[in-house]
Write a protein of this length. Structure first.
Length: 285
């Protein structure tokens, strides 16, 4: 039997974690297919040795075409890094339902469908690795981030079930949980809220404070010094791919370890009390 394909398909490579991961893996000898909705953003990765493809995780035909391209060239997608995603902020009542659906379409449904598409060939070759980018936000919830956190809780649950279901076929499923990462992530979250979430009404002050806090925590907040660059996540992903027996979960950055530990220690009432020191409570007199 020929050696299994170890070609890597990475989603969301136009910037941030996806770009850093594709570049690191390509420069350390992996065959990398870097993808993005706009392939013209991937020129630097092509120069670094990546093969580039258009891939929109909200479009069935686009996903099928990308997987088919890799399978025709390599036999199988050996490693899938489900990185594509973004954050939708805002009080849940104030977020238009179409924005809620769009958040789940990108962060959850695209991840599930792409996984379904690559699994048959992984099973056939009896080897594969699926790396799902979750977040420290898959282990606790900040006010104003309920929609985003819900998608990451879903990624955690899906990954835990999938890990059991495919292990017997020689496939490992890994969850990567970054903390604060210095990318354009916070800017996108704030832009999405200010541009599409109602700026008036009972949540106006709360939403404004959430936007301010989101921008501040990544740039100048007390926790920002416990964050890290996207390259820190890329290093952990490489470690998960080269480990003989990868861990089920990898935390990245001290901020993730600190906040997850705090959430466990404080329990529900304590966490809510701490959140009240950081955010105005809508409707409170």
């Amino acid at each position: 039997m020929p050696d299994p394909s170890r070609a890597v398909l990475v989603t969301g490579c136009s910037s941030g974690i996806g770009r850093a991961t594709a570049e690191r893996l390509a420069t350390t000898g992996w065959t990398v297919y870097a993808t993005a909705r706009k392939p013209e953003t991937l020129g630097a990765l092509a120069a670094a040795g990546c093969r580039t493809l258009a891939l929109d995780v909200t479009d069935e035909a686009s996903m099928q075409a990308a997987v088919r391209t890799v399978e025709e060239a390599e036999g199988a997608v050996g490693v899938l890094v489900n990185n594509a995603g973004y954050s939708q902020s805002g009080a849940i009542e104030s977020v238009p339902i179409e924005r809620v659906r769009a958040q789940f379409e990108t962060n959850v449904f695209g991840l599930v469908r792409l996984t379904q598409l690559v699994l048959p060939k992984m099973r056939e070759q009896r080897w594969g690795r699926i790396v799902n980018l979750s977040s420290m936000g898959g282990r606790f919830t900040f006010p104003g981030g309920g929609v985003y956190h819900a998608t990451k809780y879903a990624v955690e649950a899906i990954s835990d079930a999938l890990r059991f279901e495919v292990r017997g076929f020689g496939i490992d499923v890994v969850i990567v949980e970054p903390g604060l990462i210095r990318t354009s992530f916070s800017e996108a979250a704030v832009t999405g809220m200010t541009g599409e979430v109602a700026s008036d009404g009972p949540y106006s002050d709360f939403n404004a404070r959430v936007a301010q806090a989101t921008a501040g925590v990544y740039e100048s907040g007390a926790l920002s010094r416990f964050g890290g660059p996207p390259e820190a996540v890329a290093r952990v992903i490489e470690k998960a791919l080269t480990a003989r027996r990868p861990r089920a979960r990898y935390l990245v950055t001290p901020s993730a370890r600190i906040l997850i530990a705090q959430r466990k220690l404080l329990r529900d009432r304590g966490w809510d009390a701490m959140m009240r020191t950081q955010f105005p409570q809508p409707g409170a007199k």
